[in-house]
Design a protein around this ligand. Structure first.
Ligand SMILES: [Fe+2]
Ligand SMILES: [Fe+2]
Length: 386
């Protein structure tokens, strides 16, 4: 078998494995779809193995390398490289004799929340490891000493693209099967928090809208980044911080139940279309309420994020209603991201113009203390960069 066709098989093998991991995270590792994907992956194995009867992969600069050259470049290969890297794994060897059960074990552990600190372990025929290099000059005298190469640091912008792909898959899952993976969302938020602790500038991580279909989840990751950054600047940490991030990720989930033509319509919505659009907070909250494992906070935020500080927004609620502070935080992030993104009907706005609009809406649409804190933070970041 030629090297080229081996690589094609390898690409299919990895693609199926990654889909199996996504499905295991979305549903469960026991799901029939996971079993199906693993058996397809397993059937490609023989042809994907090299002449020594193994698949040997290494991650260098986010790329999967096999037999000295990149395997290829597509979403699945990138995700696989990222998945391994996120767990500190830099090499993987799959050798003859590997069983479908071992593949399932690998899929299962890659689908788990990273936050649980469960390590992905090697098995008899699947060997995981860090890259080891021989220290130059010591090889000849027999005292070959080895030194681990440190795991390259994941930057916020890399992460954001990666997390969007993941969120996109989770959203697809909701659209197709009406089922939401809270574990998957938890993992995305944990990754953001981990990286935030190392890097100071969350604003750099905001992504631009690439096309209209991606709007909801690109926007949701951006709102998550902004929510976490606001919350962390207020000293919030631990479970509440996670819940605030998760709430941001899910605030617009109700849009998945609004017809596509309305969501992507260029130009003004008609009255009846607008009435339908305004249902997304209620629909989202209902869906989240029915999904096990969703923090209550996320239900409140989905319901309240368009209510506005002065209750002039929607949905309408009885007098005396108290909005959750996280809904206020989300409204600030939501407002900012909606204005800074290029939309079908207008170009993105300049930061100064956004600031002046947001300040003018403080006390009306937005919580004034949060607006103040938000821009104080933004100013800090830009002064640091100058
Ligand atoms: Fe919304
Ligand atoms: Fe939103």
């Amino acid at each position: 078998m030629s090297k080229q066709s081996r690589k094609a098989e390898l690409e299919t093998f990895i693609g199926k494995l990654v889909s199996a991991v996504s499905n295991a995270a979305l549903y469960s590792p026991e799901h029939v779809q996971v079993k199906r994907l693993i058996s397809i992956a397993y059937s490609c194995l023989d042809d994907a193995m090299d002449s020594t009867g193994e698949i040997s992969l290494m991650i260098i600069d986010d790329e999967l390398i096999s037999e000295g050259s990149p395997v290829g470049n597509n979403m699945y290969l990138n995700r696989f490289a990222q998945m391994l890297k996120n767990r500190g794994i830099e090499t993987i060897r799959i050798i003859t004799g590997v069983t479908p059960e071992e593949l399932l074990m690998l899929v299962k552990s890659l689908s788990m929340q990273r936050d649980r600190r469960r390590e992905v372990r090697s098995s008899e025929h699947i060997r995981l490891g860090r890259v080891e290099v021989r220290v130059a000059g010591k090889e000849d005298n027999g005292s070959a000493s080895k030194e681990a190469v440190s795991v390259p640091k994941l930057t916020l912008s890399d992460l954001s693209v990666h997390e969007q792909t993941k969120l996109m898959e989770i959203y697809e899952g909701v659209k197709k099967h009406n089922k939401l993976s809270v574990a998957g969302i938890y993992d995305v938020v944990s990754n953001f928090i981990d990286v935030f602790k190392q890097e100071a500038d969350p604003f750099m991580a905001l992504s631009d809208l690439r096309n209209a279909d991606e709007y909801t989840f690109t926007h949701s990751t951006n709102v998550c980044i902004l929510n976490l950054s606001q919350a962390m600047s207020m000293g919030i940490e631990g479970q509440l911080l996670h819940d605030i991030g998760i709430s941001a990720m899910l605030h617009d989930i109700g849009k998945l139940f609004i017809p596509e033509e309305i969501l992507s319509k260029k130009g003004q919505l008609s009255n009846s279309e607008w009435e339908q659009m305004k249902l997304h907070p209620v629909k989202g909250a209902q869906h989240l309420l029915d999904t096990p494992g969703v923090p209550r906070l996320a239900v409140a935020v989905a319901f309240e994020h368009h209510m506005r500080f002065n209750f002039e927004g929607y949905p309408k609620v009885p007098k005396g209603w108290k909005q959750n502070i996280c809904s206020h935080i989300t409204a600030v992030s939501d407002f900012f991201d909606a204005m800074r993104s290029r939309r079908s009907y207008r170009d993105p706005m300049e930061a100064e113009k956004i600031a002046s609009i947001m300040h003018s809406r403080a006390g009306l649409d937005l919580n004034p203390l949060l607006v103040k804190n938000f821009f104080r933070q933004l100013d800090n970041v830009s002064t640091k960069q100058e």
